[in-house]
Design a protein around this ligand. Structure first.
Ligand SMILES: Cc1cc2nc3c(=O)[nH]c(=O)nc-3n(C[C@H](O)[C@H](O)[C@H](O)COP(=O)(O)OP(=O)(O)OC[C@H]3O[C@@H](n4cnc5c(N)ncnc54)[C@H](O)[C@@H]3O)c2cc1C
Length: 422
């Protein structure tokens, strides 16, 4: 424990990981400033986790709210680091003893087929904007991207998020087909019951709807889908158990949401007509020693809409060196970068795991290290001495400037209420 507000830390991103780190710093009396690019701080809980997780979302919102309302925590909404202020400036000039990057993974991993990105919006869609649309389109104030879900859509993926994408397509198709028959079906109930049961309650079957449905393409087999994580050093029996539960999860999802699955298929080419993506060329793959090999056997698959859901990666931030698509961390445990000696990273941006519990656990680990080791060490380092009052006052004045620019008066509760969509 250090004396209250003798140390200051900036946190970039106010969602699960950022808010959890802020809670720990707050408990140690550290002046904590959380910069969040959006007006609301809920990150992937609001814009990723599909909206049918009603109770989970509410619970996670409450946790984030509590953490951001803690003592010594200053929330700065609507402020994007890299656009509204520079990371270098925050790290070196404001007087912060450390900066924590908790900015998640908001960029879709590009589909590895040359030229595909040219067709975004013309037959080709990435997962993140698609789920964002699904989670928000019902709101009166929604002005984001618009999508029309089409029968016969194909999804390239394999992870849990891609199953959610396929589910969104199937649920939307079913709801529309029911609406055309004059039946209003609740989406959350449809997701909970599953399509066959919900249709049966209207004396209908999937065949009655006359839909082809959505197809998920995956380059490996069901048991290799990362639907359950494989423990490190798992022996053969454990591996077999995990693989079995992966296959079971997929089979259950197929039975409940009636989508099609094509395994051992990797996209290798584009089918383009009149400047629009109308399908993909898939190659059959072979698995050899756990590796995927592309064979010469190909098939053209036409589709009215193609969604790529092959993972999310961090958005580039000016000043941060990249290694291939990821930040070039020197230390992957604490998310440290060679060019920023006072910087740490927490949550999805460094774990790469799209999982709430993992983000929170990792944030706890990083913030714990910082309070137990780094700040104590920092006391001994001349440049990181306790915050002098004049530096603290200037820092807080800068925080207030940014809050005012965003229109935020420091009342977190009132702010969240004002930005809660109807
Ligand atoms: C389709 C889908 C389904 C999912 N389903 C589940 C599930 O069932 N169970 C589960 O546990 N997890 C699920 N997840 C994953 C889970 O939601 C995330 O892994 C987790 O919420 C990530 O938390 P985080 O704090 O690390 O990152 P994020 O929630 O991404 O938070 C990052 C925050 O940083 C902000 N930010 C980004 N850049 C900047 C910047 N430059 N300046 C300021 N602020 C910035 C963002 O606005 C955001 O608020 C799902 C994700 C998706 C996409």
């Amino acid at each position: 424990m250090v004396d209250p507000e003798t140390h200051a830390i900036a946190v970039i991103g106010g969602a699960t990981a950022g808010a959890e780190a802020a809670r720990i710093f707050s408990e140690h009396g550290i002046l904590t400033v959380v910069f969040e690019q959006n007006n609301r701080p809920y990150g992937k809980i609001e814009d990723g986790l599909p909206k049918w997780h009603v109770d989970l979302r509410k619970k996670e919102y409450r946790t984030i709210d509590q953490n951001l309302m803690g003592p010594h925590v200053h929330f700065v909404p609507g402020t994007k680091v890299g656009r509204d202020l520079e990371l270098r400036e925050l790290a070196d000039k404001w007087g912060f003893h450390a900066v924590v990057l908790a900015n998640g993974a908001w960029r879709d991993r590009p589909l590895p087929v040359e030229g595909a990105d040219a067709y975004v919006g013309r037959g080709f869609v990435y997962q993140n904007p698609f789920i964002y649309w699904f989670n928000h389109y019902h709101e009166g104030t929604y002005t984001g991207p618009q999508f029309e879900v089409l029968d016969g859509t194909i999804v390239v993926g394999g992870g849990l998020a891609s199953i959610d994408v396929v589910k969104v397509v199937q649920l939307e198709l079913t709801l529309r087909a029911l609406r055309e028959r004059g039946i209003e079906q609740d989406m959350v109930e449809l997701e909970t019951k599953g399509i066959p049961k919900a249709l049966a309650s209207h004396r209908l079957t999937w065949e009655d709807l006359g839909l082809e449905g959505c197809t998920l393409f995956y380059r490996r087999r069901a048991e290799k889908m990362p639907l359950v994580s494989m423990p490190e050093g798992a022996d053969e029996a454990q591996q077999a158990k995990v693989e079995k539960s992966r296959a079971r999860i997929l089979a259950k999802a197929v039975a409940k949401y009636l989508f099609n699955v094509k395994m051992l298929s990797a996209p290798v080419g584009l089918l383009v007509e009149e400047d629009r993506l109308v399908g993909l060329k898939f190659a059959r793959t072979k698995l050899e020693g756990g590796r995927v090999h592309i064979t010469d056997e190909t098939v053209d698959v036409r589709a009215p809409m193609i969604i790529s859901s092959i993972g999310s990666i961090p958005e580039p931030l000016p000043g941060i060196a990249l290694r291939s698509e990821l930040y070039d961390f020197q230390d992957w445990d604490l998310g440290r970068l060679a060019d920023f000696p006072t910087l740490f990273s927490a949550g999805n941006v460094v774990t790469g795991k799209g999982n709430i519990v993992e983000s929170r656990k990792h944030a706890r680990h990083v913030a714990g290290y910082m309070t137990e080791h780094y700040l104590k060490l920092a006391d001994a380092v001349q440049a990181l001495k306790p915050l002098p009052p004049d530096v603290r006052n200037t820092l807080l004045a800068r925080v207030r400037d940014h809050q005012q620019r965003a229109g935020y008066d420091g009342n977190y509760k009132a702010w969240i209420e004002a930005f809660t969509p109807s």
